[in-house]
Ligand binder design. Structure first.
Ligand code: ATP
Ligand code: MG
Ligand code: MG
Ligand code: MG
Length: 576
C-alpha cells in the first residue's frame, strides 16, 4: 500500500476503551494493529505495521550479520521429547507458559509445544553436525513468531501471546570465547536500539527461567515499563531491581571504617555473596563467612553452606559456582568453631578477650579454629573497622532502592526508572548442551558439552516501546529508521487537477529517487489528511496546496513541527 485511496486504510478518532498504554491506543487508532476476534494478546499486523516490523527486522539482521551471526529458521512446533531432555517440559507446561498440543491417541500419541524460546530446537539442530573444537565458535539466529501463554497479556504489542522475537544462540569451546561473543552481541544490541532511536539502558539482570551465569537486559526507559531499574550514571552502574545492590548507610553512631549490612536471605553464588558482603573470597573460612553483620547497629556472623553438602570446606566454597545458602551463625556454632566460650564471639563479645580475625590468613584462622591462642585474642565487638574486620563494600540485594549509595562510587546515589525489556543476553554455559548432549572434541581430545549463549530481542515489542517514548497529543512520531514511510505526500485537494497532477509527478520522482513515500490521494478534506498524517507519525509531510501556484510545496517535520517552503523542483534534493 503506497496510495491511501486504493489501499485498505482506516484510522480511529476515538481512543479504544480497552487500551491503557499510549502505544496501544495509537497503534490501534492508526490502524497498525487489530486484535484477532477481540482476543487479548493476539494481534494482526496491518500493512503499516508490517513495514515498521520489516524495518526493525532489517536493522536487527544487519547488526547480527555484522558480528558474524548466521540466520536460520527453526521449527515452532516442537516435540515434547527435546523439552524433556533439557528438563524444561515440566517447568514450561506446569506454569502454563507453553501452548501444548497432542497428536494421535493412546500409545501413539505425541505431545508438542509451540516454541516460547528455542534453546532445545537449536541444540537439536546443531548436535549431529558438531564434532570438533575447530568448528567453534559460531552463532545462529532467527526472526520468528514466538508463543507464550502470558497470564496477563497487555499493552497491545508490549506483552502478546504471539509475538515476534529475534533469538540468537552462540556455541563455544571456551568461556573466553563465550565472553567475546557475549560482548559482541552486547555491542550489536546497543547499536540496534540506538538506530531505532530509543532511550535505553543495559542493566545487570537475573537469568530467570532461562538460567545461566550472567545476563544483561536492555531496558527502554518509560513510565509504563513493567520493570524497575536502578542506575548511577556517573559510576556506570545499572541493574534490574531484582539484581541491584547498594551500599547501606552506616548506622549512627558508628566506629570509623565500619559499614553496615543487613542479613541477606536468599541463595547466591559464593563470589557474588562475597562481593555482596564486601569480603575477598579468601576470607571465607571453613564453612563460615565470618563477617560482622551490622543490622540495627549490631554485628553478626553468618554461616555459608552448599545445599546437600555437609562436608563443605574452604576450597569447595571458593570453587563453588552454584547456589549457596547463607544464614546467621548461632553463638553456639561460633563458639564451637573458634574454641572460645559463648559470649566471647559475636555481637556481645567484650572488647578484651574476644577475636580479631580480619588480618589473619585462612591458614591461621583454620588453625585458630582448632586451638585458641590467647595472644591472638584482641578485640571484637563494636569496634570492628579500620584494620579490624572491615566491610568496605557492603550491599543489600533485597532492599536496594532509589537514593541508596552506589557501591561502585559511594559519593553517588542510585536513581530509579521504569523500564520496558527490549532485549536480553545470557551466558548459558553448558546448561542445555550438557543434558542434551551437544558435545565436541576439545583440542586435548576430551569430549565436552559445548558452551552456549543466547540472545533475544522483542522485535514486535520494540516499536511499541518507541511509540511510548516518541509521540505527542496528535499521534505517533516515528524515528525515520523504523517509520513505515519516510515521507507522506498530501495533495490538499485532489479535485484540483493541477494539484493532483503535480502530486502524481512528485510521487513518481520521489519513488524513483528511492525515497520511501506514501501518497494520500484520498478525496478527503485537507484537515482530515493532516490529522491522519500526524496520527500515523510519518516523519516528513510534503503538502501540495496553494503554494503550488508559485511553484512551491510545504515541507513539515513531524517531530519539530518546523515548516518550510521548498520549490517543487527541489524537493528530492531537499529530502535526500
Ligand atoms: P518479560 O520479562 O517482559 O516477560 P522475558 O524476560 O520473559 O520478558 P525473554 O525470554 O528474555 O523475555 O525474551 C526475549 C525478549 O522477547 C524480551 O526481552 C522481550 O523484548 C521479548 N518478549 C518477551 N515476552 C514477550 C511478550 N509476551 N510479548 C512481546 N515481546 C516479548
Ligand atoms: Mg516473560
Ligand atoms: Mg524479563
Ligand atoms: Mg528476559
Amino acid at each position: 500500500m503506497t496510495r491511501l485511496a486504493t489501499g485498505f486504510f482506516f484510522t480511529l478518532r476515538e481512543v479504544p476503551a480497552e487500551a491503557v498504554a499510549v502505544s496501544h491506543q495509537l497503534l490501534l487508532r492508526g490502524g497498525f494493529i487489530r486484535p484477532l476476534a477481540g482476543t487479548a494478546g493476539l494481534y494482526a499486523y496491518g500493512p503499516l505495521m508490517q513495514r515498521v516490523l520489516q524495518k526493525v527486522s532489517r536493522i536487527v539482521r544487519e547488526e547480527m550479520d555484522a558480528i558474524g551471526a548466521q540466520e536460520g529458521l527453526f521449527c515452532q512446533l516442537q516435540p515434547a521429547d527435546i523439552w524433556r531432555e533439557s528438563g524444561r517440559w515440566a517447568v514450561y507446561t506446569q506454569d502454563g507458559t507453553m501452548f501444548t498440543l497432542k497428536d494421535g491417541e493412546g500409545e501413539h500419541a505425541r505431545e508438542y509445544g509451540l516454541g516460547p524460546t528455542h534453546e532445545e530446537a537449536v541444540c537439536d539442530f546443531v548436535r549431529p553436525y558438531l564434532n570438533s573444537y575447530k568448528q567453534l565458535p559460531f552463532s545462529l539466529y532467527q526472526v520468528q513468531t514466538k508463543f507464550r501463554n502470558e497470564k496477563r497479556p497487555r499493552f497491545g504489542l508490549m506483552r502478546g501471546r504471539e509475538f515476534i522475537m529475534k533469538d540468537a544462540y552462540s556455541f563455544h569451546a571456551t568461556p573466553e570465547s563465550l565472553e567475546e561473543t557475549y560482548r559482541a552481541m552486547y555491542g550489536a544490541y546497543t547499536r540496534i536500539f540506538q538506530r531505532a532511536g530509543l532511550d535505553f539502558r543495559a542493566v545487570e539482570a537475573d537469568s530467570g527461567a532461562i538460567g545461566g551465569s550472567g545476563s544483561h537486559e536492555f531496558m527502554a526507559l518509560c513510565d509504563i515499563g513493567e520493570d524497575t531499574i536502578l542506575y548511577c550514571d556517573p559510576a556506570g552502574y545499572a541493574a534490574n531491581v531484582e539484581k541491584a545492590v547498594s551500599l547501606i548507610e552506616p548506622p549512627e553512631p558508628v566506629a570509623s571504617g565500619s559499614y553496615a549490612l543487613k542479613p541477606t536471605p536468599g541463595i547466591r553464588s559464593v563470589e557474588e555473596q562475597a562481593r555482596m558482603l564486601g569480603v575477598p573470597v579468601s576470607r571465607i573460612v571453613k564453612n563460615i563467612v565470618y563477617i560482622a553483620l551490622w543490622a540495627d547497629g549490631r554485628e553478626q556472623p553468618v554461616l555459608a553452606s552448599i545445599r546437600g553438602d555437609r562436608q563443605i570446606n574452604e576450597t569447595k566454597l571458593k570453587n563453588h559456582t552454584g547456589a549457596l545458602d547463607l544464614r546467621l551463625a548461632t553463638e553456639a556454632e561460633l563458639a564451637a568453631w573458634t574454641g572460645l566460650k559463648p559470649g566471647f564471639v559475636g555481637p556481645n563479645a567484650p572488647i578484651e578477650g574476644a577475636i580479631r580475625i580480619a588480618d589473619r590468613s585462612v591458614a591461621e584462622l583454620t588453625d585458630f579454629s582448632t586451638g585458641c591462642n590467647q595472644n591472638d585474642v584482641q578485640c571484637v565487638g563494636a569496634n570492628w573497622g579500620e584494620d579490624g574486620l572491615v566491610l568496605p563494600e557492603v550491599v543489600d540485594i533485597d532492599t536496594a532502592q532509589a537514593g541508596d549509595r552506589c557501591h561502585l562510587a559511594p559519593e553517588y546515589r542510585l536513581e530509579s526508572a521504569r523500564g520496558i525489556e527490549l532485549g536480553h543476553v545470557f551466558k548459558l554455559g553448558a546448561q542445555y548442551s550438557a543434558p542434551m548432549q551437544v558435545l565436541f572434541t576439545a583440542e586435548n581430545g576430551e569430549q565436552k558439552p559445548v558452551l552456549m549463549g543466547c540472545y533475544g530481542i522483542g522485535v514486535s515489542r520494540l516499536p511499541a516501546a518507541v511509540v511510548e517514548q516518541s509521540h505527542d497529543a496528535d499521534g505517533i512520531i516515528w524515528p525515520i529508521a523504523i517509520a513505515p514511510y519516510s515521507v507522506i505526500l498530501v495533495p490538499a485537494n485532489v479535485q484540483l487537477e493541477a494539484q493532483k497532477q503535480a502530486a502524481e509527478e512528485l510521487y513518481a520522482e520521489l519513488q524513483g529517487a528511492g525515497i520511501d513515500v506514501l501518497l494520500d490521494d484520498r478525496l478527503e478534506r485537507a484537515g482530515v489528511k493532516f490529522k491522519d498524517a500526524d496520527l500515523l507519525g510519518i516523519p516528513i509531510r510534503v503538502t501540495l496546496g496553494r503554494d503550488l501556484e508559485q511553484g512551491a510545496v510545504e515541507v513539515k517535520i513531524r517531530r519539530s513541527g518546523a515548516v518550510q517552503k521548498v520549490p517543487l523542483t527541489g524537493v528530492v534534493a531537499y529530502l535526500k
